[in-house]
Design a protein around this ligand. Sequence first.
Ligand code: UTP
Length: 291
Amino acid sequence: MKKVKKAIFPVAGLGTRFLPATKAIPKELLPVVDQPVINYAIEEAREAGIEKFIFIVSRGKSAIQDYFDHAPELEQVLELRDKRDALQVLRCTEIYAGDAIFVRQPRPLGLGHAIWCARNLIQDEPFAVLLPDDIVQGERACMAQLIEAYDSLGGSVIAVQQVPKERTSRYGILDPGERKNPLIEVKGLIEKPAPGRAPSDLAVIGRYILDPTVFDYLDLEIEGARGEIQITDAINNSIGKAAVHGFLFEGTRYDCGDKLGFLKANIVFGLKHSELGPGLKAFLKTIDLEG
Ligand code: UTP
């Protein structure tokens, strides 16, 4: 079985929920405490052994490319001022030459279409997809958990979590078959079903290992929910050609594509931060929550 070594990071969405903040700054570069949102997904992928980082970008997202690049002028100033800690932080943001690949999605036709844009780079290999909006925190990287499951199962393995029944219309939802926790056989997937139509409360989050057969269905460019080309539909159509399993990962997911989720992540990560945590905790205690 081929190993998962490439990951796709789709970052070509418009980020309309964060306007006006995202008018000139990609939402993936908004900071959660002292790191841009996208850094958390990169670190997770590195921990899982990913070697090639494929970013699906669009107009207005070139700052993401700069973020992962070498910054010689800034390094020179920091060296002159002997700011070693800052230099070290800066160097950690770089992706080794040749390991970061940027592919343009010309129109925001949906997540499925964004992934399809990387088809020539993936060819017939299994690959990971990480949506940077989702920050997943736990003892073990969520992607490492998925890869471990994939190594014994093959096919597609997608991270799922239980959601309140009234929120199914925000997610891709599993029609579950046989269940051997943490693994759940997937009989079908439905994108954004209304609560009454949802076959379960098991929602797909932004972490996937995908079998390359999904490209056969993405090639067809079928529009799904919201008039977009949905990856959920392509995975659903691939069932039968490749096994598809849901995986109940260990960890907590913060949806940073949503303002409230973003604020929660900042508070939780701020409280955990070794330098900032104590001060933030003391400050939060002084706030009059009723006022
Ligand atoms: P979302 O729909 O959650 O993000 O897409 P968005 O479109 O950027 O944000 P809003 O809803 O307007 O605020 C989920 C993921 O898919 C990527 C997004 O960048 C995000 O990582 N995406 C979405 C693309 O890369 N291309 C698309 O055409 C659509």
